[in-house]
Design a protein around this ligand. Structure first.
Ligand code: HEC
Ligand SMILES: [Cu+2]
Length: 359
């Protein structure tokens, strides 16, 4: 094997790269990350520590790889006197080098996973007590549910500082992602699944909530809501405000598709009120032919001339309930399902009782 001679200046270059690498490491450990992105929760600092470690080692590695690449391509460039078909020194196998460039990165990756898992543990082992809050992804906003607030909070998510939080995430339609950069935490919201993140807010402020899954045409609008961390008294005031505002909102979850709704106990007056709110934009209480978007519903259950529903099923209370629950698309257009109309099982029972009372 031909001896390989390192070009002149190799050790000087190595010394310069080493100084730059140390500089990069110091930079990443000194850089005031929290000045640009506040560490809003207790475990945000641990995530930042992990980030600093990865950025520092990554930068140092990059400086050496990029630096040597540049140095070698200059030091060993073709000379003007070389014949045009000259080739460089041919090098095969260097067991010592290969051993070390395998062992060092492997150790590094093991170290990285140990540090990651430890921090992941700290995040996952946040206490389970404290406030339990739900965030629900919708096209194209998040809504929030709190214990003892009826229905949904639709503008912002408020949390008291210093109190541990269990945040359960789910979605009403497609997959969204719940991300608060200032928390350094993120999780998908998946329909039919509850995912959980735990944390303790530590810094007062307003922090952006961003959806991280391309969830439809208005996905880019899903960055307008905020997480507000504040002192307990301010939080309590906000909480009471929503309790009053939602005092008369139904607290029931949307009726699950597929499962038949129990119709006994439906209240016609409650159904009438709900009809005015949620149905009258598309339906009149009038004969079938008096269409708005959907047909008139006066005779839906008691018109001999109208024995079948739009889906071909006989006009019975159970079949009307099934349309309210599952929706239906026919020649007139689409009747939205219970999730889209925001109907609970009780709401459906009330509406059917109301429609049944129309003669
Ligand atoms: C966005 C418009 C829209 C809204 C809101 C809406 N519907 Fe409908 N509904 C329709 C359309 C359209 C149809 C007919 C679908 C078809 O067959 O083309 C329909 C059909 C129906 C039918 C079947 C009628 C029949 O004669 O077979 C019932 C019952 C019904 N709707 C009840 C309701 C109730 C109760 C509400 C309120 C919770 C409601 N709808 C809200 C559009 C709507
Ligand atoms: Cu989304």
């Amino acid at each position: 094997m031909q001896p390989v001679r390192l070009g002149r200046g190799f050790w000087t270059v190595t010394a310069i790269l080493a100084i730059l690498a140390v500089g990069a490491i110091v930079f990443w450990y000194e850089f005031p990350l929290e000045k640009y992105l506040p560490e809003a929760i207790v475990t945000a600092r641990q995530v930042d520590t992990l980030f600093r470690f990865m950025a520092a080692t990554g930068s140092a590695l990059y400086i050496f790889v990029g630096g040597y690449l540049l140095y070698f391509s200059i030091a060993f460039r073709a000379k003007a006197t070389d014949p045009p078909d000259a080739i460089g020194v041919q090098i095969h196998d260097n067991h010592k080098l290969e051993f070390w460039w395998t062992v060092i990165p492997a150790l590094f990756v093991v170290l990285l996973s140990i540090v990651s898992v430890r921090i992941w543990y700290e995040i996952m082992l946040e206490p389970e007590n404290g406030v339990v809050v739900e965030a629900i992804g919708h096209q194209f906003y998040f809504s929030f549910r709190y214990p003892q607030i009826n229905g949904e909070v639709t503008d912002e998510m408020h949390l008291p500082r210093g109190v541990p939080v269990t945040l359960n995430l789910t979605s009403a339609d497609v997959i969204h992602g719940f991300w608060v950069p200032a928390m350094r935490l993120k999780n998908d919201t998946v329909p039919g699944l509850v995912t959980t993140i735990r944390f303790t807010p530590r810094l007062d402020g307003r922090y952006r909530i961003i959806c991280t899954q391309f969830c439809g045409v208005l996905h880019s609008e899903m960055d307008k809501q905020a997480l507000v961390i504040e002192e307990k008294p301010a939080f309590d005031k906000w909480y009471k405000g929503w309790q009053q505002r939602n005092a008369h909102t139904s607290n029931a979850l949307p009726a699950a598709g597929g499962q038949a709704v129990a119709l006994q106990g439906g209240s016609a007056p409650a159904g009438q009120q709900m009809f005015a709110q949620k149905c009258s934009a598309c339906h009149k209480i009038a004969p079938f032919d008096e269409k708005v978007v959907g047909p008139g519903l006066k005779g839906v259950l008691h018109d001999p001339a109208h024995p079948n529903l739009v889906n071909g099923q006989p006009a019975t209370p159970e079949n009307v309930a099934a349309i309210l629950q599952n929706g239906y698309t026919g020649s007139m257009g689409t009747m939205p399902n219970a999730t889209a109309n925001g109907l609970s099982a009780q709401d459906i029972a009330n509406l059917v009782a109301f429609l049944d009372s129309l003669k």
